[in-house]
Structure formats: structure tokens, C-alpha cells
Design a binder for this molecule. Structure first.
Ligand SMILES: Cc1cc2nc3c(=O)[nH]c(=O)nc-3n(C[C@H](O)[C@H](O)[C@H](O)COP(=O)(O)OP(=O)(O)OC[C@H]3O[C@@H](n4cnc5c(N)ncnc54)[C@H](O)[C@@H]3O)c2cc1C
Ligand SMILES: NC(=O)c1ccc[n+]([C@@H]2O[C@H](COP(=O)([O-])OP(=O)(O)OC[C@H]3O[C@@H](n4cnc5c(N)ncnc54)[C@H](OP(=O)(O)O)[C@@H]3O)[C@@H](O)[C@H]2O)c1
Length: 451
């Protein structure tokens, strides 16, 4: 049964997901309120039971892939108390961090920074709540002035809250190649997004030898390979890629300009074919590429094998996985050599799918609103284009790479984007403001400001 929490006073905004995108928005909204703007009653719902940024991938050697100066806020407001520099100062590590001489903190530290920010918005966030869908509340005459956000808590109970606007910032969904569909929920075959928890149950943690396949040629595949090499001496790894080589991520300075805030306008103002061309041209800044230093480490490991003659790991390039099946308790992969056309079968004790992410969860969550929307296309401020009956602004973050450019799924655009969305939200909610503000109405009804 669904429990309705806010029958009388809807929230101004419900944010779905509390990753870096919505954290940045929480900061931007608070900043505007402190500068005399409207104080919104915003609530953020997060499905994880506590704050974690890609927590299952936080292996020891993993580093942030952009400068710490591109944190949640600095590019918009360098004097914000939510900056990474202030986090360092508060934690007594500012001088030590400077001594490191690096722009790239390890991801464990960045996770701790994000968690520190998230704790400061504890009042406005609820953890352990997976949003299932967003439904329109249709009034007489067909107007929609409120949305029902329906979530499921950790006890399996459905909770319904009303909102005057919604922002979906739910990140990527692990991509699992069709060949592995038969291994759903099999602990031996898992996506890299579950790396640490899935590895914790593997026999190699008890010292047993294992042969593991890592599928993919991106940063995740490279980090898994290095971690398996360093952490499990009894594991032999085959890295299996369709490409001929591991290619470096282009993070050279001119190219990096495409991740600057101004570049979003340039991309957005292009016709669709030109936007697509730009994304193709700079694809190698982000997808199917690896940090050069990591490539050098992997090459070094494989070279030392040649010197010693002990072939622990395999590098299987130009290989297409045609099928995956269970044979004698192991996972057998049928591999086609794209160079020669020949096939071979190889058996593994586990397969790690470092096969990237899809961006589709907004479509699933907002499916009940589909008929009001223009195929999930957005305006420049990330608001979904909609029929006039839908009076509730719906925003998305991280699903607009096609219209706003390659920075859309990354951290670099967060300060600018959250500022733009906060301003747009204020303008649009003001336009349809009700006689009493939501927090006032909630207080009058004897309810807490965030439920
Ligand atoms: C391993 C990894 C490392 C990365 N490193 C970098 C990097 O160094 N630099 C960079 O620029 N980018 C990096 N990225 C890209 C990444 O997309 C961004 O860093 C960033 O996480 C985007 O933030 P987000 O809030 O949009 O999405 P996410 O961080 O994915 O956050 C989405 C949140 O929504 C929650 N959620 C999802 N569905 C629901 C639901 N139905 N109900 C409630 N909550 C839900 C999730 O639990 C999650 O907390 C990395 C990506 C990965 C996978
Ligand atoms: N330290 C960090 O900050 C860190 C760590 C991990 C990830 N990330 C980020 O996370 C994002 C995603 O990186 P990622 O490495 O997870 O994904 P990715 O860059 O999208 O790479 C996915 C890889 O999987 C391969 N692949 C996809 N489908 C396949 C199939 N059916 N069969 C065989 N191979 C398949 C792709 O092959 P093709 O190349 O042939 O298409 C590609 O090599 C990036 O932004 C990355 O920078 C950051």
C-alpha cells in the first residue's frame, strides 16, 4: 500500500537521486536563498542507505579525472564554504594537499568531500528511498499543477509525496551486453559498477586461484585490471576488448576547453547534425579511453611478463564476444578474432563487465508523464519541453549529452548547470506561485518543512 505523506502541502521541488548533480543544486538553491532569493522547500530522495559516490568502484589507486577546482561550486562561486579547498581546510589537510602537488585527489577523498557536503543538507535529504515513478495529478480541465513522486523505502513500503516541480538526476545505468543476459544475478558475472562488493564474495579472497575476464577498454576496465593484479596474486586476468589497443583519454589543454561552461552554449546553439559531429569528434576525451599513466602501468606489467616468461595475464584485443554460457561450472566465452575471423572458447571463474553505462533511467521514472513531453527533449535550462497543461517544471541532469555536449554526464559542468537550473526554477515557480508558499502551507498544516 502507498503511504501518502503530503496530502495538503506539496514540496516546491523533489530531487531524485542525491549524487553530485543534485548536491550541486542543493548548494545553488541555498546560495540564492542566502542572497535574498526565494527559499524553496526542496527535498532530495536517494536510494542508497547513505552517501556514496560510485562507492563500489573506489579502489585504492583510483583518482579523480578532473581538477579539484572543478568541484561542486568553485567555478560559480570560489568563495563558497562548500568548496573542496574549504573541505581540506576544515579537515586540516590543506597544506598537506598542496604539498602533494596534484590537481587530482584520489576518488576516496573526493567521495569523502561529497559526503561532507551531503551531511550539511541532511535536513533536505532522505536516504534508502528508491523512486519508482513520477505521476501527474490531473485536475478538472486537464491541468497538472502537482506531481506525485512515488518511492519505495528500505522496508519495501511505497511512499507518495507531492511536488510542484521535479528534477531527475539519477546518473547512468550499467550496460550489460546481450550475450550475458542469461547470467543476471549470477555472482560470477557482474558489472564493474558492483566491483568491490562482488569481488568480496569471490574465491580469490580466500586465496583460491581464479581466472577472471575483464571486458572493455575504458577507464573502468583498466582500473579493474590493475586492482586485480595488485590485490590478488592468485588471479590471472584476461582483458578482452573489441578495439585493437587501449587508447589514452585526451585531456590536453585546448581539448579540455570543451568542458568549460561556455562550451555548453556553443553546442546547444548548433543544429542537431553538428552537435552529433562534435560529440563524435571529442568522444575520445571520455569514452573507451584510459588515463595515459594507467596505460603505461598496464603495458609495463605485460612487458615484465615477456621478460620473465611467466604469462599470468592475457591481453585479448580485436575480440568480439559472440556468446557466454555455463560449462562445467565455469563461464565459457565464445570469442571471434576480428582480425582473422577465427573463433575460440575460453573459460573463466568470473567475468567483470566494464562495458560502460546507459542514460535512460529518466525515461523510466517519468514514463507516466510521457504524453505531456516532447520525447524528453530539454530547453537550454534543462527543463523538459512539455505541453502547456503540465504546469509543473520537470528538469533533468546528466541526460542531455546530445543537446548540451560531452560535459553533461561529468563533474565539470555542475557549478554552472546547477546555477542555471536554480535560476530557472525560481523564475518558473514564481510564475505559477500559489497564494501560500509551500513551506508556509506545510507549517500551517503542522507538518515539518521536509517530510
Ligand atoms: C566509476 C566512475 C568514476 C567517475 N569519475 C569521474 C571523474 O573523475 N570525473 C568526472 O567528471 N566524472 C566522473 N564520472 C562520471 C559521473 O557521471 C560523474 O562523476 C557524477 O557521478 C555524475 O553525478 P550525478 O549526480 O549526475 O550521477 P550519479 O553520481 O550517478 O548519482 C546519481 C544518484 O542517484 C541515485 N539514484 C539512482 N536512481 C535512483 C532512484 N530511482 N531513486 C533514488 N535515487 C536514485 C544513485 O544512487 C546515485 O546516488 C565517473 C563515473 C563513474 C561510473
Ligand atoms: N577514476 C575515474 O575517475 C573513473 C573510473 C572509472 C570510470 N570513470 C568514468 O566513467 C565513465 C565510463 O567509463 P567506463 O570505462 O565505465 O565505460 P566506457 O568508457 O563507456 O567504456 C566501455 C567499454 O566497454 C566496451 N563495450 C561496451 N559494450 C560492449 C560489448 N557488448 N562487448 C564488448 N565490449 C563492450 C566498449 O567497447 P568499444 O570501445 O569497442 O565500444 C568500451 O571499451 C567515463 O566517464 C569514465 O571517465 C572514471
Amino acid at each position: 500500500m502507498t503511504q501518502h505523506l503530503t496530502p495538503t502541502a506539496p514540496h516546491d521541488l523533489i530531487g531524485i537521486g542525491f549524487g553530485p548533480s543534485n548536491l550541486a543544486l542543493a548548494i545553488a538553491l541555498q546560495e540564492r536563498a542566502e542572497q535574498g532569493g526565494k527559499a524553496f522547500d526542496a527535498l532530495f530522495l536517494e536510494r542508497q542507505s547513505d552517501y556514496n559516490w560510485h562507492g563500489n568502484t573506489l579502489v585504492a589507486q583510483s583518482e579523480l579525472q578532473i581538477s579539484f577546482l572543478k568541484d561542486l561550486v568553485t567555478l560559480r562561486n570560489p568563495s563558497s564554504r562548500f568548496s573542496f579547498v574549504n573541505y581540506l581546510k576544515v579537515h586540516g589537510r590543506l597544506v598537506d594537499f598542496i604539498n602533494l602537488g596534484s590537481f587530482y585527489p584520489c576518488r576516496m577523498e573526493y567521495n569523502d568531500y561529497l559526503r561532507w557536503v551531503a551531511m550539511q543538507f541532511a535536513e533536505q535529504s532522505r536516504y534508502g528511498e528508491q523512486v519508482l515513478r513520477v505521476e501527474p495529478v490531473v485536475e478538472a480541465g486537464g491541468r497538472v499543477r502537482h506531481l506525485n513522486v512515488i518511492s519505495q523505502n528500505l522496508h519495501g513500503r511505497e511512499v507518495s509525496r507531492q511536488a510542484r516541480s521535479v528534477i531527475v538526476s539519477t546518473g547512468g545505468t550499467p550496460k550489460v551486453p546481450q550475450a550475458f543476459a542469461g547470467f543476471k544475478d549470477d555472482p560470477r558475472v557482474f558489472h564493474h559498477g558492483r566491483y568491490l562488493s562482488a569481488m568480496a564474495t569471490q574465491p580469490c579472497t580466500r586465496g583460491e586461484p581464479m581466472r577472471i575476464a575483464v571486458v572493455g577498454a575504458g577507464q573502468s576496465a583498466a582500473e579493474a585490471f590493475i586492482d586485480l593484479n595488485d590485490s590478488y596474486p592468485n588471479v590471472q586476468v584476461d582483458i578482452i576488448l573489441r578495439a585493437g589497443v587501449l587508447k589514452p583519454a585526451d585531456d590536453s589543454p585546448f581539448v579540455n576547453e570543451i568542458f568549460g561552461p561556455d562550451y555548453t552554449d556553443l553546442v546547444f546553439n548548433q543544429p542537431e547534425t553538428e552537435r552529433e559531429r562534435l560529440i563524435r569528434e571529442y568522444h575520445n576525451t571520455n569514452y573507451s579511453v584510459v588515463d595515459l599513466s594507467l596505460i603505461q602501468r598496464i603495458y609495463g606489467i605485460l612487458y615484465r611478463q615477456k621478460v620473465s616468461g611467466i604469462n599470468r595475464h592475457g591481453f585479448l584485443c580485436r575480440r568480439m564476444i559472440e556468446s557466454a554460457s555455463e560449462v562445467d561450472g565455469r563461464v565459457q566465452l565464445q570469442l571471434r578474432d576480428l582480425g582473422t575471423g577465427s573463433t575460440e572458447a575460453r573459460c573463466y571463474d568470473a567475468v567483470i563487465l566494464a562495458t560502460g553505462y546507459e542514460r535512460r533511467s529518466h525515461r523510466e521514472l517519468l514514463a507516466p508523464l510521457k504524453d505531456y513531453l516532447d520525447d524528453f527533449r530539454v530547453d537550454r535550462d534543462y527543463q523538459l519541453l512539455a505541453r502547456p497543461e503540465l504546469e509543473t517544471p520537470v528538469f533533468i541532469q546528466g541526460f542531455s549529452q546530445q543537446s548540451h555536449g560531452l560535459s553533461d554526464t561529468l563533474l565539470s559542468v555542475l557549478p554552472a548547470r546547477s546555477g542555471e537550473i536554480a535560476a530557472a526554477l525560481e523564475k518558473r515557480l514564481e510564475g505559477i506561485r500559489q497564494p501560500q508558499s509551500a513551506p508556509e502551507a506545510r507549517r500551517a498544516a503542522g507538518l515539518s518543512v521536509s517530510a
